[in-house]
Design a protein around this ligand. Sequence first.
Ligand code: 5AD
Ligand code: SF4
Ligand code: FES
Length: 344
Amino acid sequence: FEIKRIIDQAYDKAQLNKEDITAILAEDLANLDYLLQKADEKRDEICGDEVHLRAIIEFSSYCKQNCYYCGLRKDNQQLKRYQLKSKEIIETAQMASELGYQTVVLQSGEDDYPAEEIAEIIKKIKKTTAMAVTLSLGERDFEAYKLWREAGADRYLLKHEIADKVLYQKYHPGMSFENRIESLKYLKVLGYQIGSGVIIGLPDQTPAILAEDLLLCQDLELDMIGSGPFIPHQQTPLRGSEKGTVEMTLKFTALSRLLLPLAHIPATTALGTIDAEGRQKALQAGANVVMPNVTDGRYREQYQIYPDKICVNEEAGDCRQCIGGIIASLGRYVSQNQGHSLRE
Ligand code: 5AD
Ligand code: SF4
Ligand code: FES
């Protein structure tokens, strides 16, 4: 059977052509138990039962971009914005460390938070905790990437979102696909572990485009790859569009594991938002990472990238406990190390 041959080849060689990837992505998930099973098997081989937690601090909801899908877009004037001070960010990071986290992710919209101040925050976190530091701040100038790397940042997340240039341009007015890819390449040269990823289910995204996404991820030699379903937000131009599906997200997650076996792959919060069991399903389809929110409860509702985001009424300790429970319920365990790239 053709589908089984393709899955076996992905499992054995971590290599597929675009047509074969497209065929899998276009196949009904009901016929793809074998795909999820082989991805879970590969995850077990490479990562074992260890799950890495990455604590996210959403420290600023200001954004100068206008991505068509995102609730933080500049033109959404209904959103009340906030920006944490250095001191608050550092204290939140220290609290995350006390909760046992080994990685902190500093995340924001494309804010103009001063690069030097971010460098000082990184230094302070590295000095006072044992955590790895991941940055997820969008595109900044190349000097800033360098400054932050020198300050001790370990990793950078910058999702390319969609590999089709025409759709990229449409959904990201004023931004450039080329600059995004150049940024990722430069971050790698600087010695960052790099992560990218995609939104699953944007309007007009086809299985062939998602196949291009996976080939691009291979090309970039990513250390991390994340994918979450698109969830339409009322205060954006894509308010009337269909949301992405659990099925396509799981297919993409499974193929990510088979085609980039050494990558760290999160079970995303967006998947947990459209399906109460979404993160559990992803963890059984190739994922080995969860990224709980540690932002102070006061701000969570205001970081509204998409509606009905889970954990908005929780605090850091609640999410830590919840995730611990989910991981244990799957017979897995929380890692005790920083969970650096598996590529070296
Ligand atoms: N639905 C799902 N994910 C979204 N993102 C932004 N807007 C949405 C949405 N409406 C994701 C993007 C981006 C990150 C900030 O959140 O992938 O990288
Ligand atoms: Fe800003 Fe990122 Fe949202 Fe785009 S996806 S509007 S850059 S926060
Ligand atoms: Fe936040 Fe479950 S991870 S409540």
